[in-house]
Ligand binder design. Structure first.
Ligand SMILES: [Zn+2]
Ligand SMILES: [Zn+2]
Length: 285
């Protein structure tokens, strides 16, 4: 059976392989197609697409957007076959990036208002070379003796609802799907199994998203067990959605996940490409 992997990350977001190396690794793994779907950025796509070789896998330009989840929190939407040069799409992603960069200084400012002696430089230092996140704020608070441990840092300051919690600014699902569609791509709900919803609640969510333009769901995923996979395949058939799948490969940042193979048992059939392309072509037709 020919296999594909339509969910991977490169150094353009939080993976460890440069974009061209992802394409190369897919060729070495014998995959028929691979999509690069970095978080909220398409900066790796030009390099990725240039890696195309005549005998290599089909390279699918993609993206993975964090969007608001109805009821709070976030969920992920994968866009496949996006044109990363499309101006409105580019602008949309830039707005997301800017909002993200503004979040951490806002947390610092709020902590200072609360009387905590903390600077952005300290938090950046705590993050080392990684992306700054709340665990790094917690670490600084612990190091300074403001709290006894990270649990207290989250409980008193950083968790949702606590005084220094700042909501991440995210697109709502319909904005995200509109951007993807505007760039010629199709929207796929990423790893629905990770939402940990009751099957009926998940189906309601997916139905609602379909009304706003969702074209597919990621039924095959490294962390879906066989029962979840089967349920999602049945749901896709019931709702008339295309099926996608991928490993969520991050290189060494997710050491247990292999390109095209996930934890070793993932098998995403290449036959899915036909349905996904049909969905894509229906959009432009
Ligand atoms: Zn994701
Ligand atoms: Zn991902």
């Amino acid at each position: 059976m020919k296999l594909i992997d339509l969910h991977t990350h490169s150094t353009a977001s939080d993976g460890t392989l440069p974009p061209a190396q992802v394409a190369l690794a897919a060729a070495q793994a014998g995959l028929s197609a691979v999509a690069l779907t970095d978080h909220d950025t398409t900066q790796g796509l030009a390099e990725f697409l240039e890696a195309a070789a005549s005998s290599g896998p089909e390279l699918v330009p993609g993206v993975e957007l964090s969007v608001d989840r109805p009821g709070g929190g976030s969920m992920h939407m994968v866009g496949l076959w996006v044109d990363h040069e499309e101006p409105r799409f580019k602008q949309g992603l830039e707005r997301v990036q800017t909002a993200r960069k503004q979040r951490n200084p806002k947390i610092v400012a709020r902590l200072q208002e609360l009387g905590v002696d903390i600077t952005m430089d300290e938090v950046v230092a705590a993050a080392g070379r990684g992306q700054v996140g709340r665990p790094h704020f917690a670490q600084v608070l612990v190091d300074k003796g403001v709290v006894a441990g990270p649990g207290e840092a989250f409980g008193r300051f950083l968790k949702r609802g606590a005084p220094a919690y700042m909501e991440k600014e995210r697109l709502n699902p319909s904005q995200a799907m509109e951007l993807i569609r505007g760039a010629g791509g199709i929207s796929v709900l990423a790893h629905p199994g990770l939402l940990e919803l009751h099957p009926a609640a998940l189906e309601e969510l997916v139905k609602g998203l379909k009304e706003q333009g969702l074209m597919g769901i990621e039924a095959y995923y490294s962390e879906h067990n066989p029962a979840t996979e089967r349920r999602l395949l049945e749901m896709a058939a019931r709702l008339g959605l295309a099926v996608s799948g991928g490993s969520d490969f991050h290189g060494h940042n997710k050491p247990g996940i292999r390109l095209g193979a996930g934890k070793g048992t993932l098998r995403v059939p290449a036959s899915l490409l036909a349905g996904l392309k049909q969905a894509r072509d229906a959009l432009s037709g």
